[in-house]
Design a protein around this ligand. Sequence first.
Ligand code: SF4
Length: 373
Amino acid sequence: MDIEKKLQILSEASQYDLSCACGTKQDDRRKRTPEGVWLYPASLPGGGTSIMLKTLMSNVCTNDCRYCPFRGGLDPRRVTLSPEEVARCFMGYVRRKKIVGLFLSSGVIGTPDNTMARMAAVGDILRRKYRYRGYLHMKIIPGASRAAIDHILSLSSAVSLNVEVPTAAAMKQLSDKKDFQRDIVEPIRRISELTSRGERFARVRQSTQFIVGAADESDAQIVRAAYGLYKRLKISRVYYSAYQRGLGESELPGESSAPISPGDALTREHRLYQTDWLVRKYGFEDSEIPFEPGGNLSLESDPKEVWARRHPEFFPLDVNRADKFELLRVPGLGHVSVNRIIKLRANGGRVSRLSHIGKVGKRLAKAKRYLKL
Ligand code: SF4
């Protein structure tokens, strides 16, 4: 099989990993090259966007993740690229100015450290032989050793190790081989220590991803774990990916304990992103996130609106007195409108009409119900 054909298969196979901030569900956003390789628009951790080649190095895997179509014991078409092949192909695209970044992941080829060594070899070739200075996002393979992690960090702009689930019990439902604490939590902690020391690796961003709905975890468990990852382990971004029924074994625990439609599974993913935003951008604590009695987020309303409905004592909020983070709790107000209010007040003005905040539409009409003008 020629390299382009292998790359076509492996770039298609990488679509289930969202940790590089490139959406995969909106097929209109990713583009296929004439050779059949997928290129993705992606948000960079430091701001801005890029077009990335996103690929696995190999879809061979000795692990047994029950939600994954590439787990060992199955018989998909298995292909592997050598480090030189990955580097050469990638530089071909860079030279043709088609892309400005690489997201490289892989199934587990033998052992985690063997896989990491092959991925590090790609980084070494790119950085040393081709003098490539651009964006390089590398996956950390669960169970990788400290030495392997250190080596990958020395080559990368960003790394990610997918946490997948919030607890060791949920991990046990999905894999007999992966040990949650040893293979996932400890490596994430190691990366966090190295990147937050402000020395050699301070520039490297770390992200991770939950797969939602394969195990029987609740949203409350996911939110609590994500909060800990942000606050204690200084993860730059957490991504959420709804488990797509049919990719893994039939009847995974999440499907049998609380089955939901594919549409609701995507809504659940969306609610987790909205909650993530409340925590990262609006100053909510995890203990303030409103869950339904079963521990999941409402599928009907966005979490900020649910919080507002459950806290009538907080409203109506005096738009001319409330501080920034109080205003950000108003459904319908976001950073743009709140900054406009703060700026107007700082210049001696007062908000006496909705139109002072912005164009009056659905969102501001919703906000009006919670504001004292
Ligand atoms: S480690 Fe798990 S998720 Fe990754 S390729 Fe192997 S089986 Fe799939």
